[in-house]
Design a protein around this ligand. Structure first.
Ligand code: AMP
Ligand code: MG
Length: 401
C-alpha cells in the first residue's frame, strides 16, 4: 500500500503529453495551447474613444462652461475627416477613432449639447477617456503561452488576432471498461443479483469533463479471457480505465491481466479511503488504471489519478483539483490508518468557507456524491477532527451558496 502522492507520481511518470494538432477556433475551448501566440498587431489598433461625448483640444478648456463649435459627428466604424482647429470639437461615439490632434474626450453627461455647439462643464485631463493604440496588446507581445488553458477570454484574444486555427495538444482517447459478472447495460432487463453498470456512465462523464474522449468498451465478465478480449478494442486508446475487479476477491482479475507476460503492473493498493484497491500498470503498452468497483471509490480514485493523467496528456500545467481551506461544521472520527476523502458541501461563511460532510459515507452511496461539491481531506495520521477545525477541501464542483 503506497501513499496517494507516490501513487500519483508513479502514474504521471508513465504518462506523456500527446502530440499537437491544428484546431479551428470554434473547437479550442477547454484545450491547452501547444504554441506561443505572438500578437501580429496592436490592440486597440488606433486611439479611440472610451465614451460617447466630445473629442477636443484639452488646452482649449481653461475653465468650466467653455463653449466649442461642433464640426462633425463621428460614429464608431467611420474615419475622422480632416483637421480640427482650436475652439472646435467632434461629437464622437464610443469606439470611434480619435481625430488627429485631439487629446481628450468629455463625456456627454458633462456637457450641455446643441446641434452646432457644446458647452463643456468640466475641465478634462489630457488623455481623458481615450483608449490608446496598443494599450491592451502590443504587436510582438507573447499574449498567450504554450500550456495555457483556453477559456473564453483566450478565445476572444485569438479572435481579435484573426487566428482561425491554433496548435493545441491532442485530447486523449480514454477507453472505459466495466468488469463484473453481475453487471447489465442500461437497456437490459434487471434480474435478481444483477445491477446496472452505472460506473460506465459516471466514468464516461468524468472523462468528458476532464477533456478526454471516452471510448466505451462495455462490460467484461470476470474472467481473464473475456477481459483480454474486450481490451483488444482499446488498441487505439491513450489510456485505459477499468472499473471493478481490483479487490482481493476470487474474481478480481484486472490485476491478473496486468500481470500477464506482455503487460505490467506497477502497484496495487493506495493508502486512501475510499479507493484503497487501485491498480496501475500497462496493458498492451497502454497505461491502465484499474479503478475500484464501488461507485464512490471509483469516482474519488478517478479524481486523484485518472484526471491528472488526462490533463497531463492534454498539456495542462495544473493537474490537481483546486483546494480551499474551510471550517468543518461537525466532528469527524476515523482510524489513523489512511487518508480519508469525505464527501462535503462547501458554502460561504462570511469571508471564508465552511464545510459539512454529506452524511453516510459508504463507498456505494453515490447519492451522497451527487450532493457533494468537494472532498474533505483528512490526513492519514488524524484520528479525530473537532467541530470548527480548519480542513483542506478539494473542489469538485465550483458552485456554492
Ligand atoms: P468489485 O471491486 O468488482 O468487487 O466491485 C465492488 C462493488 O462495486 C460491486 O459489488 C458492485 O456493487 C459495485 N460495482 C462494481 N462495478 C460496478 C459498475 N460498473 N457500476 C456500478 N457499481 C459497480
Ligand atoms: Mg467485480
Amino acid at each position: 500500500m503506497i501513499p496517494v502522492e507516490e501513487a500519483r507520481d508513479i502514474i504521471l511518470s508513465h504518462i506523456d503529453r500527446l502530440p499537437k494538432e491544428k484546431v479551428v477556433l470554434d473547437s479550442v475551448l477547454g484545450r491547452y495551447l501547444a504554441e506561443d501566440i505572438v500578437s501580429n498587431r496592436d490592440i486597440p489598433p488606433w486611439d479611440n474613444s472610451a465614451m460617447d461625448g466630445y473629442a477636443l483640444h484639452h488646452g482649449d478648456i481653461k475653465s468650466p462652461k467653455t463653449r466649442l463649435r461642433v464640426v462633425y459627428d463621428l460614429p464608431a466604424g467611420l474615419s475622422p475627416q480632416g483637421s480640427v482647429e482650436s475652439g472646435e470639437a467632434v461629437r464622437i461615439m464610443t469606439g470611434a477613432p480619435i481625430p488627429p490632434g485631439l487629446d481628450a474626450v468629455v463625456k456627454r453627461e458633462d456637457t450641455i449639447e446643441s446641434p452646432d455647439e457644446v458647452v463643456v462643464l468640466k475641465i478634462p485631463q489630457r488623455g481623458e477617456n481615450i483608449r490608446y493604440k496598443g494599450e491592451d496588446i502590443r504587436e510582438g507581445d507573447v499574449v498567450l503561452s504554450r500550456g495555457d488553458h483556453i477559456g473564453p477570454a483566450q478565445v476572444g484574444i485569438l479572435a481579435s488576432l484573426q487566428r482561425l486555427s491554433v496548435y493545441c495538444y491532442q485530447m486523449p482517447i480514454v477507453a472505459i471498461l466495466s468488469t463484473g459478472d453481475e453487471l447489465i447495460e442500461i437497456d437490459e432487463e434487471l434480474s435478481p443479483g444483477r445491477m446496472v453498470t452505472s460506473n460506465s456512465y459516471t466514468l464516461i462523464s468524468l472523462v468528458r469533463l476532464s477533456g478526454g474522449i471516452p471510448l466505451y468498451l462495455g462490460i467484461s465478465k470476470d474472467n481473464k479471457e473475456d477481459l483480454q478480449g474486450c481490451l483488444f478494442a482499446a488498441k487505439r486508446a491513450d489510456l485505459i480505465l477499468t472499473s471493478g475487479g481490483v479487490s482481493v476477491g476470487d474474481y478480481d482479475i484486472v490485476k491478473d491481466v496486468m500481470s500477464l507476460e506482455a503487460n505490467h503492473m506497477e502497484f496495487w493498493q493506495v493508502e486512501m479511503k475510499p479507493g484503497k484497491p487501485l491498480a496501475f500498470g500497462d496493458i498492451q503498452g497502454i497505461p491502465t488504471i484499474g479503478l475500484p468497483g464501488n461507485p464512490v471509490s471509483s469516482m474519488i480514485s478517478f479524481y486523484q489519478f485518472a484526471r491528472p493523467a488526462i490533463l497531463k496528456m492534454m498539456g495542462a500545467r495544473n493537474l490537481l483539483l483546486p483546494r480551499v481551506v474551510a471550517r468543518i461544521k461537525s466532528p469527524i472520527r476515523k482510524k489513523p490508518d489512511r487518508r480519508h476523502y469525505i464527501r462535503g458541501v462547501l458554502e460561504k461563511d462570511g469571508p471564508c468557507f465552511a464545510v459539512s460532510p454529506t452524511g453516510p459515507q459508504g463507498s456505494g452511496i453515490l447519492s451522497s456524491m451527487s450532493k457533494a461539491n468537494c472532498l474533505i481531506v483528512i490526513p492519514k495520521d488524524k484520528g479525530f477532527i473537532s467541530e470548527g477545525e480548519m480542513v483542506e477541501c478539494e473542489v469538485i464542483q465550483t458552485s456554492w451558496e
